[in-house]
Design a protein around this ligand. Structure first.
Ligand code: ADP
Ligand code: G3P
Length: 497
């Protein structure tokens, strides 16, 4: 009974991993599932695809590890956050496609609420921005647009949840309607200070309390899987949004510790300890995790285009054949020769939140070539992270002494070196890059007492490579100043969002 199954339900794929008591990976399974873009700005998933792909992975990971469910000490869940599902309690069937976190259909609703002068109070209460990214306006949209949904929700017939709740419902055979406070802190419906649902927010967004899941801790047993799902009843003992799980899996247990995940976008989270930090620089203040009578908050900055810039150079410009090739191309030149690339393809996220910003390539001369553009693209990924760290510093968060990194693009040594050079602090890459699944496993294992405490887990975190900053302060300041000028030129460009 010393194995933990971690489910990592992401935006484009579901994954499952089995870990042993030393935190070593015993098996991995992964399934991609379809993305739906029914209209410009809309992004949907079929909740049945999410569930099917996740259960297939769970069973495959168990089989690959040569284990039966009865040999598991616990199951942990990490999930894509904010994505909104509404389902029928009686049948367990979703009443509409899930509205994905990237979906912008409620931009006008947010604009309207903003014009009522409500953003500042909302930010104070929830730690978030009034933006379509979060769940509340997505849920209100479903209640308003699915025929009969509002009446049925008020009558208690429908259940709302983020993806953790959707999975928990089905893993438990319809017994559990729960979410952890970290996931709940991404809905705009949670009072981030009290860590409870907030009646005023529910009224403002016109959400009936009867649809909400019950709040539970991120670690600790909250129920068990129905025996028919995995073949035996297994305690469910860890729940966290994927970025929170990755922060935990990076062992960022002390205030001031931070991780950055370089995937499609970048998500930088810093542990801020037992109290939320009120951002004055448009970062998000969010619940990290709760459990065992303790809790941690985080300050978060998200950028929309990171590894996606590399995809664009590959698929749209054909500058490279594989994502890995960008490293050699960028290393073929000494520097970007003044070329600056602002990848605001879908606007700018934190700390700018400019939906009208657009991608910009500046400083081109006759000498500029593919190598300079590739290098400018990598610099752009690192410089967006520099903007987040600078905003955290202005917010009075503890100053960053090192940055732990993960995600697909963290494999790029040149990018990691540029990140250390541009931040002026060491960048630490662990051996284990699947930190999201590891975080879910650690939460669940702690929840059933497989591990004693976070100190025991911190010793499982192993360094692969440490990148030391090598630039002078003057060189760093000059590149950052040039980037800031370029960002100003990219802002407020599109006529409409
Ligand atoms: N060597 C590399 N250098 C830079 N970017 C890379 C490299 N390898 C992969 N990527 C980028 O990383 C992203 C994939 O990372 P992953 O963590 O799987 O993302 P996600 O979970 O968001 O799908 C892609 O956008 C890809 O372009
Ligand atoms: O599924 P990922 O890894 O792209 O993460 C999505 C985030 O949770 C969105 O907030």
């Amino acid at each position: 009974m010393s194995y933990v199954l971690a489910l990592d339900q992401g935006t484009t794929s579901s994954r499952a991993m089995v870990f042993d008591a030393d935190g070593r990976v015993r098996s991995v399974a992964r399934r991609d599932f379809p993305q739906h873009f029914p209209r410009p700005g809309w992004v949907e998933h079929d909740p049945a695809d999410i569930l099917r792909s996740q259960l297939e992975c769970a069973r495959a990971a168990l089989a690959d590890a040569g284990l039966r469910a009865g040999q598991l000490a616990a199951v942990g869940i990490a999930n894509q956050r904010e994505t909104t599902v509404l389902w029928e309690r009686a049948s367990g069937r979703a009443v509409a496609p899930a509205i994905v976190w990237q979906d912008r259909r409620t931009a006008a609703d947010c604009e309207r609420l903003r014009s009522q002068g409500w953003s500042a109070a909302l930010r104070e209460r929830t730690g978030l921005e009034l933006d379509p990214y979060f769940s509340a306006t997505k849920l209100a949209w479903l209640l308003d647009h699915v025929p009969g949904a509002r009446e049925r929700a008020e009558a208690g017939e429908l259940a709302f949840g983020t993806v953790d709740s959707w999975l928990l419902w089905h893993l438990s055979g319809g017994q559990l309607h729960l979410t952890d406070r970290g996931n709940a802190s991404r809905t705009l419906l949670l009072d981030v200070h009290a860590r409870e649902w907030d009646a005023d927010l529910l009224a403002r967004f016109r959400i009936p309390a009867a649809v909400l899941p019950r709040l539970v801790d991120s670690l600790g047993v909250c129920g068990e899987t129905a025996p028919e799902v995995l073949g035996a009843a297994v305690p469910i003992a860890g729940i966290a949004g994927d970025q929170q799980a990755a922060t935990f899996g990076q062992a960022c247990f002390a205030p001031g510790m931070a991780k950055n995940t370089y995937g499609t976008g970048c998500f930088l989270l810093m542990n801020t300890g037992e109290a939320p930090v009120a951002s004055h620089n448009r970062l998000l203040s969010t619940v990290g995790w709760t459990g065992g009578g303790r809790h941690a908050y985080a300050l978060e900055g998200s950028v929309f285009m990171a590894g996606a810039v590399v995809q664009w150079l590959r698929d749209s410009l054909g500058l490279i054949r594989n994502a890995n090739d960008i490293e050699a191309l960028a290393a073929s030149v000494e520097d970007s020769a003044g070329v600056v690339f602002v990848p605001a393809f879908t606007g700018l996220g934190a700390p700018h939140w400019d939906a009208r910003a657009r991608g910009t390539l500046l400083g081109l001369t006759r000498g500029a070539g593919p190598g300079h553009i590739a290098r400018a693209a990598l610099e752009a990924i690192a410089l967006q992270t520099v903007d987040l760290v600078a905003a955290m510093r202005r917010d009075g968060a503890q100053s960053l002494t090192e940055l732990r990194v993960d995600g697909g693009a963290a494999a790029n040594d040149l990018l990691m070196q540029l990140q250390a050079d541009l931040l002026g602090v060491p960048v630490l890459r662990p051996r284990m890059l699947e930190t999201t699944a590891l975080g879910a496993a650690w939460l669940a294992g702690l929840g059933v007492g497989l591990w004693r405490d976070t100190d025991a887990l911190a010793t499982q975190w192993r360094l692969d490579r440490r990148f030391e900053p090598s630039w002078s302060d003057d060189r760093r300041a000059a590149v950052i100043a040039r980037w800031a000028r370029a960002v100003e030129r990219a802002k407020d460009w599109a006529e409409e969002e």
